[in-house]
Design a protein. Structure first.
Length: 434
C-alpha cells in the first residue's frame, strides 16, 4: 500500500469525525461567544496602559532626566493620583469578561437553535450573576466576574440555553392571539424559562454552599483545576497545538477544532496577568494569549519562513504562491500555502509543519520565564500583523524583535525539507509530470 493511499484512507476515517467536531454547535458557540467580549477587552486594556506608564520611579532623578523621562514621571504621578478613575473602564470591560462571555456564548448557541438570542443571553447573565456573586453591605463580590469566572461562564452559557430550549422543544408556551405584538409574546414566554433557570442555578449554588461549604463556581474551579493545569502547562499546550497541526495535514481545519481550548485558556491567563500587572506584581502566567499567537505565527505550522523560501524558489509556481501568501501570512492566514503548495498530504513538509510551532512555543516559554520578553497581559486584535500583535500584547518592543527571530528560525527549520520538495518538483517538471 502506498503512502498516499494510506493517508487517504486515514483521511476518510478522520475527516467525518473532525468535521462534526469542528461544526459541533456547542464548540462553535464558545468560539463565537468569546469574540463578543474581544472588543471590550482590547479597549479596556488600553486604559490599563494609561494607568501604568513605563517608568520606574525608584530610579528616576528629576535633575538628570531628559524630556521624555520627565514627561513619563509627570504621567506616572498623575496616574497614581487618579488610578481608580483611569482603570474604571478596564474594570468594567476586561474585568467583567465573564459576564460578556456568558452572554455571547448563550446568544450564539440560541441563535444556532433559532431561539430568541437576546432573551437567552440576558437569562444567562442573570443566572451567572446569581451563581457568581454575592452582595455584602451593598457591595457586589466580583471575584468570579472576570477571568476567574470564564470557565463558569462557558458552563452556564451552554446549560442555560439548553434549559430554555426544553420549553421550545416541548412547546411549553402560552398561546396568544395574533394581534398581540411579538415583543409582548416574547416577554410572556420568557418568564417561565427565566424562573426555571434561576431556580436551578441559584438553588444549585445554595446547595453547594450548604453541603460543600463553598459556592458553585469555586467548587467547579477546584474540579477543573487539574485539567486546566495540564492544558495550561507548556507540554499540555504543545500537545493540543500538535493535534491541530496533524489534522491540518489531512486537510482538516485543526485550528478551528483546538481554538475553543487554547483561546479560552489564553484569555483567562492573560486576564490573570493583567490583574498582576495592575497590582504591580510579577506576571507569572506563561500560557497567555501571546502563546496562542506564537502557535499560529504566520498561520498554522508557522509557515511564514516557508513563504519566504518559496518567494525565492527555482520553481515558478512556488514563487507565485509565495508572493500571494506573504501578506495573508503576516496576518497569520495561510490557507493558500497549506492547500496551494500543498502541505496537505505532504509527508516531507509535514515534518517541519509540526516541528516549527513546537520549537517556537518552547523558545517563547523559556524567553518569558527568563524575562527576555514580557508576559502577555493585554488582549490584542485578531488577524492583525504578527509584529503588531507582539507589541500590543505587552507594549514591549523586545517581543516584536523576538517574533522576528522566530520567523528567521522557521526559515532554517523549513529550509532542508523545502529544498527536498523543490528538487522533487523540478524533476517532475522536467519529466513532464503534472
Amino acid at each position: 500500500m502506498s503512502k498516499k493511499n494510506f493517508l487517504e484512507k486515514l483521511n476518510d476515517i478522520l475527516s467525518p469525525f473532525a468535521y462534526k467536531l469542528a461544526n459541533q454547535r456547542h464548540l462553535k458557540a464558545i468560539s463565537s461567544g468569546m469574540f463578543f467580549s474581544l472588543p471590550f477587552m482590547v479597549i479596556g486594556a488600553f486604559f490599563l496602559i494609561i494607568a501604568n506608564p513605563p517608568i520606574n520611579m525608584d530610579n528616576f532623578d528629576f535633575n538628570n532626566a531628559n524630556f521624555l523621562l520627565k514627561f513619563l514621571a509627570l504621567w506616572k504621578n498623575w496616574a497614581v493620583q487618579n488610578y481608580d478613575a483611569i482603570t474604571l473602564p478596564y474594570n468594567l470591560t476586561f474585568g467583567l469578561i465573564g459576564i460578556l462571555s456568558v452572554f455571547g456564548i448563550a446568544y450564539s448557541l440560541a441563535k444556532n437553535y433559532k431561539l430568541d438570542a437576546a432573551t437567552n443571553g440576558l437569562i444567562s447573565i442573570v443566572s451567572y450573576l446569581l451563581v457568581c456573586t454575592k452582595v455584602v453591605e451593598g457591595k457586589i463580590d466580583t471575584e468570579f466576574l472576570g477571568s476567574n469566572g470564564l470557565f463558569i461562564a462557558i458552563i452556564i452559557g451552554l446549560i442555560s440555553v439548553e434549559l430554555t430550549r426544553l420549553f421550545e422543544k416541548n412547546n411549553f408556551k402560552i398561546k396568544l392571539p395574533d394581534t398581540v405584538p411579538p415583543m409582548v409574546s416574547n416577554f410572556i414566554n420568557s418568564l417561565l424559562p427565566l424562573l426555571v433557570n434561576i431556580i436551578i442555578f441559584y438553588g444549585t449554588n445554595l446547595l453547594f454552599i450548604s453541603y460543600l461549604g463553598d459556592k458553585f463556581p469555586a467548587i467547579v474551579m477546584k474540579i477543573l483545576t487539574p485539567g486546566i493545569n495540564v492544558a495550561g502547562s507548556i507540554w499540555g499546550f504543545i500537545i493540543i497545538v500538535t493535534i491541530g497541526q496533524l489534522l491540518w495535514l489531512f486537510g482538516i481545519n485543526g485550528s478551528s477544532i483546538i481554538f475553543p481550548i487554547v483561546f479560552t485558556l489564553g484569555i483567562a491567563q492573560t486576564g490573570l496577568n493583567a490583574e498582576q500587572f495592575s497590582n504591580g506584581e510579577v506576571m507569572t502566567h506563561a500560557m497567555n494569549l501571546q502563546m496562542f499567537r506564537i502557535a499560529v505565527l504566520g498561520g498554522a505550522g508557522n509557515t511564514l519562513g516557508l513563504v519566504l523560501l518559496m518567494m525565492k524558489s527555482k520553481v515558478p509556481q512556488y514563487r507565485t504562491i509565495g508572493k500571494l501568501s506573504l501578506i495573508p501570512g503576516i496576518c497569520s492566514i495561510n490557507e493558500p500555502v497549506i492547500f496551494g503548495l500543498p502541505i496537505v498530504f505532504n509527508p516531507i513538509l509535514g515534518i517541519p509543519f509540526i516541528l516549527t510551532p513546537i520549537v517556537s512555543l518552547l523558545l517563547t516559554y523559556v524567553a518569558e520565564n527568563l524575562n527576555i520578553i514580557s508576559n502577555g497581559y493585554l488582549v490584542d486584535p485578531s488577524f492583525t500583523p504578527f509584529f503588531a500583535q507582539a507589541y500590543l500584547s505587552s507594549f514591549d518592543w523586545r517581543n516584536v524583535i523576538f517574533t522576528l527571530v522566530l520567523v528567521v528560525i522557521s526559515v532554517f527549520i523549513y529550509y532542508p525539507f523545502f529544498k527536498i520538495q523543490e528538487k522533487n518538483q523540478i524533476l517532475l517538471d522536467k519529466n513532464g509530470v503534472k
